[in-house]
Design a binder for this molecule. Structure first.
Ligand code: UD1
Length: 432
């Protein structure tokens, strides 16, 4: 187990370069095995969830060549098994994308029931409904989701909720179905669009992605491609909020500003300056920020994956803020950890009422999940004194070299083995 040790109170300053989008990469890697030709994927983030999925597709027979840290060549010609299951894959959410890709290609898939962050119940009924509409039989047995079809036929599917995972999964399977599939009420997140663009680069025929209706005309097979993944809007947003919380001045590079509009608008509303460039955003905060109301919504609304980090910023801001979580039912577990640092937050149902405190102090806290872990780091960077964030394994699922990037912005932050009793002492001696 590892931990971050942070000495807070220093404004972040400088430039940070954002990596490829985790949630796009997960869908794209799963889709990559659908061709029998080589697919080259660039701008892959080197993070735990991605490496688990790469290993899983290798285990079923795909060849995976890591050309460099952020580029992989994948060839799905020699897949010998449609069973995707191991200890690691059971812990990630995106394992379910192997259902859509293998079902599309081989009309049969058996995949471990998805894990992922514990942020409330995460049903997969919409995925199953979509596969069944395409003609598959789906069963859950012995911890595996099994989907099988004699043939897949295009269908008209109305999603009850705009699920990212279900939209991507149905798109993948429908690409190789007979005839036309229409998905109504699909998710419109940038990573959904990116997966569709990737599938189209392999010869799929997907139209309307990013709008309220997706139309997919099935093709015989998919071919090789070279594709570069979009920047990670959540990593970018996390650095923007870290800059705001520490009263810093940070240029966040390699982003698509349009994908960050909901966050940018909120930052401006609470008093930060956000300067927009073609592929970068500069966030400057010179004074204590103000309060606001935030409600998480599907894209283009405020992303649920930025909710904990935003709450950390509002915990320091002036006045009372209200944050409403409308996507997941249990996404405020980190609030108890922020309370150890002096935050004043009351949770009632899916709403957090935040009385901004001007000052928080470092404490030992534990990351309950990926984005909540990032929120605790932000709080620690802005707090007085030393914060220890335990269970950084969660954070590393989604952030590549988080502590190095923070250090390059001037943060006093290190990663240490949680068992190393001298780590804290050494850190204190180093940072003074
Ligand atoms: C993806 C992201 C996650 C992000 C979330 C919402 C990945 C790997 N993860 O998760 O980081 O927080 O989108 O932007 O891309 N739902 C159902 N039935 C279903 C599917 C979903 O009721 O079959 C509900 C969920 O409980 C939730 C909502 O729909 O309330 C959205 O979930 P969904 O978009 O599917 O999230 P994930 O794809 O799991």
């Amino acid at each position: 187990m590892e931990q971050y040790i942070i000495k807070g109170g220093k404004p972040l300053a400088g430039e940070v370069c954002i990596g490829g989008a985790k949630n796009a990469a997960l869908g794209i890697l799963a889709a990559a095995v659908m061709a029998d030709e080589t697919v080259t994927i660039e701008n892959l983030p080197d993070i735990r969830d991605i490496n688990v999925l790469l290993q899983a597709i290798q285990e079923i027979g795909a060849t995976v060549e890591r050309v460099d840290r952020h580029t992989a060549k994948i060839n799905g010609a020699n897949i010998h098994s449609v069973i995707v299951d191991n200890d690691y894959i059971r812990r990630i959410r995106a394992s379910y994308y192997m259902l859509g890709s293998l079902l599309g290609k081989y009309k049969h898939a058996q995949v471990a029931f998805p894990g992922g962050c514990n942020i409330g119940s995460r049903p997969i009924d919409q995925h199953i409904k979509g596969f069944e509409a395409l003609g598959a039989q789906v069963q859950i047995q012995h911890g595996l989701i099994q989907a099988e079809a004699a043939k897949l036929t295009g269908s008209h599917i109305y999603l009850d909720c705009a699920s990212v995972g279900a939209t991507i999964n149905i798109m993948m399977a429908a690409c190789l179905a007979d005839g036309q599939t229409i998905i109504e009420n699909p998710a419109k997140e940038p990573h959904v669009v990116d997966v569709a663009n990737f599938l189209n680069s392999m010869g799929a025929n997907i139209k309307g992605v990013g709008t309220d209706v997706i139309r997919i005309r099935g093709v015989e097979k998919l071919h090789g491609s070279t594709y570069s993944i979009i920047p990670d809007q959540i990593e970018a947003g996390t650095f923007m909020l870290a800059a705001a919380a520490t009263k810093g001045d940070v240029l966040v590079k390699n982003v698509i500003p349009k994908h960050l509009e909901a966050l940018t608008a909120k930052l401006i509303e609470i008093g930060a300056e956000v300067e927009q460039f073609d592929d970068a955003l500069r966030v400057v905060a010179t004074r204590r920020l103000s309060h606001t109301h935030v409600k998480t919504l599907p894209y283009p609304g405020f992303p649920t994956d930025m909710q904990p980090q935003m709450t950390s910023v509002l915990a320091y801001s002036e006045g009372t803020s209200i944050v409403t979580e409308s996507i997941f039912e249990n996404r405020f577990k980190y609030v108890d950890e922020l309370a150890r640092m002096g935050a004043s937050i009351k949770v009632e149902g899916n709403t957090a009422i935040i009385d901004g405190v001007g000052r928080m102090t470092g404490a030992i806290v534990s990351a309950p999940d990926l984005r909540a872990g990032a929120a605790l780091v932000i709080a620690g960077l802005a707090a007085e004194g030393i914060t220890v964030v335990e269970q950084v394994e969660y954070i590393e699922r989604g952030y590549e070299e988080f502590e190095r990037k923070m250090r390059e912005l001037g943060a006093a932050m290190e990663k240490a083995d949680s068992e190393d009793e001298k780590a804290l002492l050494k850190f204190r001696l180093k940072v003074g």
